[in-house]
Design a protein. Structure first.
Length: 375
């Protein structure tokens, strides 16, 4: 274990709240706070992504069901967020650890200038020895600017700050081949080293986890895919045993661990992964797929067989092989209508087809991030 690493720890609603209405798992939360403070004392930089604002707000307002409308959810989150931070502040203050509240929406990461500003804020807080506590800004986010769940948010934050580790603390000790709560024959999954295996698990993963949370195992697999694509090792483990974070950092076999892809440590490429929600998909022929994966080439129109989505120029797109497997993500230089006209054609034909001189590349290699297993 290196002397100092940057890690993001996400704890879910199911780990924060007890089994019944009005309960709060203070013992779990206290153990988490103690663990994070110990990691700080060891020199690690720590970011906590915490769910629970809506759940705690519901309990504070004596609501028996999770809100269904966006306005109601935002109102309840406003009630719960303050109480959640009050509890964290009390616990961290008892150990003389300063904290900060950071609320994010999707637009904070999608716009390049705001992404850079968010990065600088996180880096300054970490340099000051502060533990940022992050949540989605539920009280102002409109539906199209929401992350959807804090699993995704934590993966994007880990990518944003260039973390080495992402820990997803949940209500099971690791991934299983089936739901261990209903299937006693479920087999544990210790490690996942290939992106293709994440894709396979996503195909069979269930939906929402608990009645109070927004994320099930599918969202955690998607978060692991985002994080590992950005070069962040990801661990899914039991939220009731926060000391598992320390054990994993010490090299012990804990939870389900996802090996990161090797990625260049370039801030712009991390932004493409973390900041830009994909607006479409491009499908490539085998030659273009090989050129992208092994040749380090830019994507040309000639290698594209079809497209999906109504994207604009400079939007992010997912790049797929013929079978539809995700192989990369990048920023596209043409909108969907233009690209539909030039796909399959050589670069020198673009000016004649469109009636004006466009760029030679559809996605330049500087704006392209490989998202699949190295050959």
């Amino acid at each position: 274990m290196s002397s100092a690493q940057t890690l993001v720890v996400k704890i879910g609603t199911s780990s924060l709240t007890g089994g019944g209405f009005g309960q709060f798992a203070l013992s779990t939360l206290a153990a988490l706070v103690e663990t994070l403070c110990m990691l700080r004392q060891q020199g690690h930089q720590v970011v906590l992504v915490s769910s629970g604002a809506v759940g705690i707000g519901c309990r504070r307002l004596h609501l028996s069901d999770r809100p269904k409308t966006l306005a109601m959810k935002q109102a309840v989150a406003a009630v719960g967020q303050g109480r959640l931070m009050r509890i964290y502040d009390d616990l961290f203050s008892a150990l003389n650890q300063p904290i900060a509240q950071v609320l994010l929406t999707r637009s904070d990461l999608a716009q390049r200038s705001r992404y850079v500003n968010s990065y600088r804020t996180f880096r300054q807080l970490l340099q000051l020895g502060v533990i940022p506590i992050v949540n989605e800004n539920d009280t102002v986010a409109v539906e199209e600017l929401k992350f959807g769940d804090n699993d995704t948010l934590s993966a994007l934050v880990a990518s944003l700050i260039g973390a080495q580790w992402l820990f997803l603390l949940t209500d099971v000790d690791r991934l299983y081949s089936a739901d261990p709560r209903s299937n006693p024959g479920a087999e544990p999954i210790i490690s996942i080293d290939r992106q293709a295996d994440i894709q396979s698990l996503k195909a069979v993963a269930g939906g929402q986890g608990s009645a109070w949370g927004t994320g099930g195992m599918l969202t955690k697999l998607e978060a692991a895919q985002i994080a590992t694509t950005a070069g962040v090792r990801t661990v899914i483990t039991d939220g009731r045993q926060p000391q598992n974070v320390v054990r994993a950092l010490a090299g012990e076999t804990v939870g389900t661990q996802f090996a990161p892809l090797p990625q260049p440590n370039r801030a712009r490429k991390r932004w493409i992964v973390a900041g830009l929600p994909p607006a479409g998909r491009l499908y490539l022929d085998p030659g273009a797929t090989k050129a992208i994966l092994t040749g380090g080439k830019s994507l040309l129109a000639a290698g594209i067989t079809r497209i999906e989505g109504d994207f604009e120029a400079q939007d992010a797109v997912v790049i797929c092989d013929t079978s539809g497997t995700d192989i990369a993500r990048g920023i596209v230089n043409y909108n969907a209508a233009e690209l539909q006209r030039i796909l399959g054609h050589r670069s020198e034909d673009i000016a004649n087809i469109l009636g004006y001189a466009g760029v030679d590349t559809v996605v330049h290699r500087d704006n392209l991030v490989i998202a699949t297993d190295p050959e």
